[in-house]
Design a protein. Structure first.
Lengths: 256, 218
C-alpha cells in the first residue's frame, strides 16, 4: 500500500438523528469539521450521542431504522445522497468495534474477507494480507499461524486482527467505537500506539469513555452532551482550558 | 450529590496548605524587616527557625500534588490548580529563604545603629507584602482583578531599590567606615526587590490557574 494523499476529511452540517420512530432526538444540529490524517476523539457521558454520531459517519444507523437529517460530507460529497453506494461507502470508511469480533475462520481468511468481497483475485491476496497485518502490528505474532482460527488468539490480538481486516479494503477513514474497553492496559497501549501510526495514512475517529485515552491519543476532541456538540477543539485546549462550563464539569468529574 | 467527593476535598486541602505556606512566607518577610528596624535578634532567630517549617510544608504540598496527579488524572481547572500549586510553592519558599537571609543580616549588624534612618526599605517591604497578600486573596477567591496592576507595583519597588542603592553608595563614598553596615542594608534592599519579583511570578501563575492563559508579569 503506497502512501496516499490526504483524503478522508469529514464535515457534518446540521446533522440531526432521530430514532424510536422519531420520539428520541439523538443528535441535534451537529456541525463539525473532522480533519484528514488526524485522530478525533468523541467523549461524553452514556447516551450523549457520541456513538450515534460515529455511526452516522458510515450510515450504520440506517441498519436500525434511524432517521437522519442534514449532511455528512466526505471530501465534499454528501454520503447521504441517494446515489451513494453504501457498500462502496463502507469500504472507504472502516469500523472497529468495542468487542473484538473476528469471523470464526482463519487469520488469513479474516483479513482476506473484505478484499474477496470487493473482487480481489487470489494472487494479490497474499500481499494484502501480509501488508494489512504488518500495518496492524500483528504480522510478527501470526505470520507462522495464518491458517489457525482467529478465535484462538488473545483479545488484544483479535482487536488488532479486526483493525487489519478494516485496513485490508484500503479505507480512508477508520471509526473506532471504544476499541480498548475490553482490553488490558498492555493491549490498550499497543492499540493506541497503532492508532498514532495509522493516522499518517488514515483519518481516525474514536469514541471512548476513557478520557485519559482521549487525551493521550487524539489531536482533536469533541464533547457531546444530550445529543448536542458542546465543545470541539484541539485536545490540549479541551483538557487544559475548556471554554464551556459543561465540558469542564464533565472532564473534571464534577458531573451529575 | 457531588461525585469524586474525596478528590474535591483533597484539592481544597491542597489549596488550604498552599495558602498557609504563603501566609507563613509573607509573615517571615514582614517580621524580617520588623526585626531589622528594631534590631531585634530574637525575632530574627525565630524567622530562621520557622524556615524549617516552611521547607517541610513545601515538601508536603509537593507530595500532595504528585499524589493527585498520579491517582486522580486531574483535568482542566483542577490540572491548572495543581500545576500552579507546584510552581508557586517554589516562589513562597524563595521568599521565606530571602526573609531568612535578611534575618541573618539583622543578627550580624544588630550591635550598631543603622547608617541611615530606614524609610524606603520598610516601604519596599510593605509594597511586596501587599502584593503577596493580594496573591493569596486571588488564589483563594479566583478574583484576579487585584493582580492586574502588579507590573506597575513592581516598578515602584524597583525604583525604590534604585533610590536606596544610590543613597547607600553615597554614604559609603563619604564614610568608608559605614561600608559594612551599608552593604548589608544594600543586600536587604536587593532581597526585597527579589521578593517583589517572586510575587509577580506567583501572580502570573494564578492568572493561568484562573483563566488558562499564560501571561508573564514583570
Amino acid at each position: 500500500m503506497k502512501k496516499r494523499k490526504k483524503m478522508g476529511k469529514i464535515e457534518t452540517r446540521s446533522l440531526n438523528v432521530y430514532y424510536g420512530g422519531g420520539t428520541v432526538h439523538a443528535l441535534k444540529e451537529v456541525n463539525i469539521k473532522i480533519e484528514a490524517n488526524k485522530i478525533t476523539a468523541l467523549i461524553g457521558p452514556s447516551g450523549c450521542g457520541k456513538t450515534t454520531f460515529l455511526r452516522a459517519l458510515n450510515r450504520m444507523n440506517e441498519l436500525n431504522g434511524v432517521k437522519t437529517k442534514g449532511e455528512v460530507l466526505m471530501d465534499g460529497a454528501d454520503i447521504y445522497n441517494g446515489k451513494v453506494d453504501v457498500i462502496q461507502l463502507r469500504k472507504r470508511i472502516g469500523m472497529v468495534f468495542q468487542q473484538p469480533n473476528p469471523f470464526p475462520m482463519s487469520i488469513y481468511d479474516n483479513v482476506a474477507y473484505g478484499p474477496r468481497i470487493h473482487g480481489q483475485k487470489n494472487r494479490k491476496l497474499d500481499r494484502i494480507v501480509e501488508e494489512s497485518l504488518k500495518k496492524a502490528a500483528l504480522w510478527e505474532e501470526v505470520k507462522d499461524r495464518l491458517e489457525e482460527s482467529a478465535l484462538m488468539f488473545s483479545g488484544g490480538q483479535q482487536q488488532r486482527l479486526c483493525i487489519a481486516r478494516a485496513l485490508a479494503v484500503n479505507p480512508e477513514v477508520i471509526l473506532f467505537d471504544e476499541p480498548c474497553s475490553a482490553l488490558d492496559p498492555v493491549s490498550t497501549a499497543r492499540i493506541e500506539a497503532l492508532m498514532r501510526e495509522l493516522k499518517n495514512d488514515y483519518t481516525i475517529v474514536i469514541v471512548t469513555h476513557n478520557m485519559q485515552q482521549a487525551a493521550r491519543v487524539s489531536d482533536f476532541t469533541a464533547f457531546f452532551l444530550m445529543g448536542e456538540l458542546i465543545e470541539f477543539g484541539e485536545t490540549t485546549q479541551i483538557f487544559e482550558r475548556p471554554k464551556d462550563k459543561r465540558t469542564e464539569d464533565y472532564i473534571t468529574g464534577r458531573f451529575g | 450529590m457531588a461525585v469524586r467527593k474525596e478528590y474535591i476535598e483533597d484539592l481544597e486541602k491542597l489549596k488550604e496548605e498552599v495558602l498557609r505556606m504563603g501566609e507563613l512566607a509573607k509573615e517571615s518577610a514582614k517580621n524580617a524587616i520588623k526585626a531589622l528596624v528594631q534590631r531585634d535578634t530574637e525575632l530574627a532567630s525565630r524567622i530562621i527557625k520557622e524556615n524549617v517549617t516552611i521547607d517541610e510544608l513545601e515538601f508536603d504540598i509537593e507530595n500532595r500534588c504528585m499524589k493527585l496527579l498520579a491517582l486522580q488524572q486531574p483535568m482542566a481547572v483542577d490540572l491548572r490548580t495543581i500545576g500552579t500549586c507546584m510552581k508557586v510553592i517554589t516562589d513562597f519558599d524563595r521568599i521565606s529563604d530571602l526573609a531568612g537571609d535578611i534575618a541573618e543580616i539583622v543578627i550580624r549588624i544588630a550591635d550598631e545603629p543603622h547608617v541611615k534612618p530606614l524609610i524606603d526599605i520598610p516601604r519596599m517591604s510593605e509594597l511586596s507584602q501587599g502584593m503577596i497578600a493580594d496573591c493569596l486573596k486571588a488564589f483563594s477567591s479566583g478574583d484576579i482583578k487585584m493582580l492586574e496592576d502588579f507590573s506597575e507595583r513592581d516598578d515602584v519597588i524597583d525604583a525604590l531599590f534604585d533610590q536606596v542603592r544610590r543613597e547607600l553608595m553615597m554614604i559609603m563614598i563619604e564614610n568608608p567606615r559605614c561600608i559594612a553596615n551599608a552593604s548589608h542594608l544594600l543586600f536587604v534592599a536587593l532581597h526585597l526587590e527579589r521578593i517583589g519579583d517572586h510575587a509577580c511570578n506567583i501572580a502570573s501563575r494564578i492568572l493561568y490557574m484562573v483563566t488558562g492563559e499564560k501571561r508573564k508579569l514583570e
